[in-house]
Every structure is written in structure tokens, then in C-alpha cells.
Ligand binder design. Structure first.
Ligand code: SF4
Ligand code: SF4
Length: 494
């Protein structure tokens, strides 16, 4: 199949060999699980349990709220030990509302609704099952998957692209799941395609995963699913890049893949969809890569959502060397953390413990205007100019240069010879813009409330005046009638 040219991108050292050769192992059952109410894009789920309640594995414990949200299920059986704030993998680093479950060690499932002929289900039924299972995009975006299915079906998507790129260094969780669970992934892909009536189904896998490619090709044989080998390059696994390389189409600025008839899902999400639709299993675990030069035995583990990250590090035999930096996700787009008690959440693809020489951090120096960052940007932006505007707090100038289209891939920072942390500027500015947007929405809501109140008060005043006028008119009419009757009586008496 013809592949299309991509602009920009970088080739960081992969270091995937650290963990790629090891089979997925299931992490032992933790004593306590810390399950945050918000592990997805959108509104947090609302708890349905109280402290002291007994729950079964897979039981719904928090319900999705609003149009964009996702439900949460108990990862094991046990007792609700606490409802309250707990440190979580959140950019703020602040504690977030969390349900704590004390495991009873039995890991006893709730009754599950299995589908014996999943392809006999309607697209709406599939989306409903995916929504009820609390599935979100497992490639890192954590957008509720059912909502994506419904939006795509309504916008007439024709091409389904499954993302098996996994271009972030160190991460091998998608590689391993494709090697070991290819049959279930292909079934999940066909279910997603059935749910959105996609005509073309492409699975993009980078050429540095030959075993995953072979496993997926074997599983896809005789199905409409086409496995496409893509060159290894960062950020090939980003939505915009994979669409461009496989279809030659670009998402318009500020647009969505559905605008050009495309839906993109991650291969691990397809596995979760198959488990939910066929076996009624909600999303309560995921595959996580534990790696980095400081980890004694890098590996891939299947961990329950809510498992403290420290237990994954212990399972990998702890540290070989002191870690200079801990990262959740990949080193390019992941999030640094310090508290190893934070739990694995639905979007946790990796736990990395990196040594100083893997970080390669050097002091930034002034920009030499070499434009290397411009050549590396896969979106075609001008990072040095955007950063210059942000440095002088001119956010609207940065927006005019395309800040909102920046995918925060970090390619520009990676290649900058002056070691300027460009992507940090962009993340900071985007956070600031989001805060301004929230304030604007709040002010708008307050203005609307004030307007509604003023209208209500004016209406009450108007109704009062009208009632008073009616009463006055009635009084006058009564008075007139009285006077007329008196006059008439006087006339008759005369
Ligand atoms: S790569 Fe760094 S030094 Fe070169 S132009 Fe961009 S910001 Fe300046
Ligand atoms: S972080 Fe943004 S500006 Fe930098 S290379 Fe990636 S998309 Fe371009």
C-alpha cells in the first residue's frame, strides 16, 4: 500500500529492547486499590458506593456524568475503605477524589452479560456496551470510546485507522499486546468497524515491531482488516500523523478526524472493546510498560486500575540505580512524577525510571535561530517564534502562529541545540489559555444568570403593575357602576 510523505519528526533512541522481549505478566493482586473518579477527558464520574460497602470485581462504582465522561468499575472484590482525595497522576500533582478499595483476596467477578454472537448486535448496542464498560482511548488520549463511536457513526466515517504505531521510546505495551492477543484485537477492530459502518480498516504498525506485524497479519487473514507497515519515526503514533501517512489527508486546523471521514483508535482500545462486548468485562486493567535504565528488570505487566505504581516497580525487581527522573507514559509526552504511591489509571501506558544520562538535560542557552525546530515540527509550525511570543506573554500572537494546533510532541525541544524547553512553553501557554477560556465561560454563565434574573425581576414588576392596573380598572368600573346605579335610583325616585 502506498504511504504518504510526512513533514518533520525526529528519531530518538528507541530503547524498546529493554522490555520488548518479555511476555506480559499479570501483577499480583494489591491489598489496596486507589481508583480516581476522573481518569478520562470530561466530567468526573459520580460515586455510587459508600464506605463499608462490599463490591464485586467489575461492579459499577461510579457513574459517568454529562455528555463527556466515563464510568468506573471495581477492579477487584472487596470493601470500600475510603472516599476522598488521594494523590493521582494528574498534571497538577494535587490529590483528586478517589475510591479506595480494600481487596478481600477473592477477586470475585460480578455476573457478566456475554454476547454469544457479537456481530448480531446493532451499532448502537455495541456503543452502549463500550460506554457501560467505561472504555476510554488507551493510547493516552483517554477520550470516552463510546462517544467517539457515536460521533463517528453520525458523521459518516468511512475509514477506521487502528494505531499500533507506539512511537514513544521505551514503551512496548502495544507491541506485546499485538504479539500476544492479536486474535482478540482483530475481533475488537471488526466490532468497532461494525459500530461505525467503516468501509476501509487499516492497522498502522511501525516497522520496528516485526513480531507484532506478523501476529496481526496472521490474525487478520481472511478479514477486511489490512495491516500496513509504517516507517519508525516520532511522532508517527499521533493521530494527525498516522492519518496523513496512511491516507494522505490532513485534518483541517481546529478540526477532528471525523471531518475527513476517519476514526482513529488504539490497538489496546480494540482489545478492551472485544473484552467488553463479547464477555461483558469492563475496563479494570491495562498493560503497562515498566522500563528505563534505573529499573532492574524492565517488563510489561497487566495491572489493575488503581494499583500503586510502587507495586509495579517492585514487581520489576526495583531499582538497579537511583532514578534521576520518574515518568508516567513515554519520555517525550509523558508526565514526570515523584510520589510512587500514585495509582495506575486507564491512561497509564508506562512507568519509567530514567537515569541522568537518559535525560540528557543541559542548561538552556539563547536561541541561535538555526530553525532546526521548524524542520522537526510535524505540524509545520514555527516553534521559535511561538516561544518568543509566549516569553513576552503575547498568547494571542502565539495562537495566531498555530499554538492550538501544536500536539505537544516535544520534537522541537528534542532537536534544539540550545536546549530550550520549547514544548514546556507551549504546554504552559495552552494551560493558561484553557484557564482563560474557563474564566470566560464562567463569566458568560454569570452574565447569563444575571440577565435571566433581571428579566425575571422585570417580568414580576411588569406583572405586578399589570395586576395593579387591572385592579384599579375593576375598582373604577365598580365605582362607575355604583354611581350609575345611584343616579338611576335618584332618577326613578324623582
Ligand atoms: S532549534 Fe532552538 S536554537 Fe534553533 S531556532 Fe529553534 S529554538 Fe532557536
Ligand atoms: S511540540 Fe508543538 S511546536 Fe514542537 S514540534 Fe511538536 S507540534 Fe511542533
Amino acid at each position: 500500500m502506498k504511504l504518504f510523505e510526512l513533514r518533520g519528526g525526529v528519531h530518538p533512541e528507541g530503547r524498546k529492547d529493554l522490555s520488548a522481549g518479555r511476555h506480559i505478566r499479570v501483577l499480583p493482586l494489591p491489598k489496596k486499590l486507589f481508583v480516581p473518579l476522573q481518569q478520562h477527558i470530561g466530567a468526573p464520574a459520580t460515586p455510587l458506593v459508600n464506605v463499608g460497602d462490599k463490591v464485586l470485581k467489575g461492579q459499577l462504582i461510579a457513574l459517568a456524568q454529562g455528555a463527556v465522561s466515563s464510568s468506573i468499575h471495581a477492579p477487584t472484590s472487596g470493601v470500600i475503605a475510603a472516599l476522598g482525595d488521594f494523590p493521582a497522576p494528574h498534571p497538577s500533582g494535587l490529590p483528586v477524589p478517589t475510591i479506595t478499595i480494600e481487596s478481600d483476596g477473592e477477586d470475585k467477578w460480578i455476573a457478566r452479560d456475554e454476547a454469544y454472537d457479537p456481530f448480531a448486535l446493532t451499532p448502537e448496542d455495541i456503543a452502549a456496551r463500550v460506554g457501560a464498560a467505561g472504555i476510554v482511548g488507551l493510547g493516552g488520549a483517554t477520550f470516552p470510546a463510546a462517544l467517539k463511536l457515536n460521533l463517528s457513526r453520525n458523521s459518516g466515517v468511512h475509514t477506521l485507522i487502528m494505531n499500533g504505531g507506539e512511537c514513544e521510546p521505551y514503551l512496548t505495551c502495544d507491541d506485546r499486546i499485538m504479539r500476544e492477543r492479536a486474535g482478540q484485537i482483530v475481533e475488537g477492530i471488526r466490532l468497532i468497524a461494525h459500530a461505525v459502518a467503516a468501509k476501509e480498516i487499516l492497522v498502522g504498525i511501525e516497522d520496528n515491531k516485526p513480531d507484532a506485524i506478523a501476529a496481526m497479519q496472521a490474525a487478520a487473514e481472511g478479514t477486511p482488516v489490512k495491516v500496513v507497515v509504517m516507517p519508525s519515526m516520532y511522532p508517527m503514533g499521533s493521530e494527525k500523523q498516522i492519518i496523513q501517512v496512511l491516507t494522505g489527508k490532513e485534518i483541517p486546523a481546529g478540526g477532528r478526524p471525523a471531518d475527513i471521514g476517519v476514526l482513529v483508535h488504539n490497538v489496546a482500545t480494540a482489545y478492551a472493546v472485544q473484552q467488553a462486548v463479547c464477555y461483558g468485562k469492563p475496563l479494570i486493567s491495562r498493560i503497562v510498560t515498566v522500563s528505563g535504565g534505573a529499573i532492574m528488570t524492565p517488563c510489561n505487566v497487566e495491572a489493575l486500575i488503581g494499583t500503586p505504581v510502587q507495586e509495579l516497580i517492585d514487581f520489576a525487581d526495583g531499582y538497579e540505580q537511583p532514578a534521576a527522573r520518574l515518568v508516567l507514559g513515554g519520555p517525550m509526552m509523558g508526565q514526570q512524577f515523584t510520589h510512587t504511591g500514585v495509582p495506575v489509571v486507564k491512561g497509564t501506558s508506562g512507568v519509567l525510571a530514567l537515569m541522568q544520562d537518559e535525560i540528557g538535560q543541559a542548561e538552556p542557552s539563547p536561541c541561535i535561530r538555526c530553525s532546526t525546530c521548524v524542520r522537526a515540527c510535524p505540524i509545520g509550525l514555527v516553534p521559535l517564534e511561538m516561544a518568543a511570543h509566549i516569553r513576552v506573554s503575547d498568547l494571542s500572537g502565539a495562537v495566531d502562529l498555530g499554538l492550538k494546533d501544536c500536539i505537544a510532541c516535544g520534537s522541537c525541544s528534542y532537536v534544539c541545540p540550545a536546549h530550550i524547553p520549547l514544548v514546556h512553553y507551549f504546554n504552559y501557554a495552552k494551560g493558561d489559555l484553557a484557564a482563560q477560556e474557563r474564566t470566560k465561560l464562567k463569566q458568560e454563565a454569570t452574565r447569563k444568570l444575571a440577565e435571566a434574573r433581571n428579566e425575571r425581576l422585570a417580568r414580576i414588576e411588569r406583572e405586578r403593575a399589570e395586576a395593579a392596573a387591572r385592579r384599579k380598572a375593576a375598582r373604577e368600573a365598580k365605582e362607575r357602576a355604583k354611581q350609575e346605579a345611584a343616579a338611576k335610583a335618584a332618577e326613578e325616585a324623582a
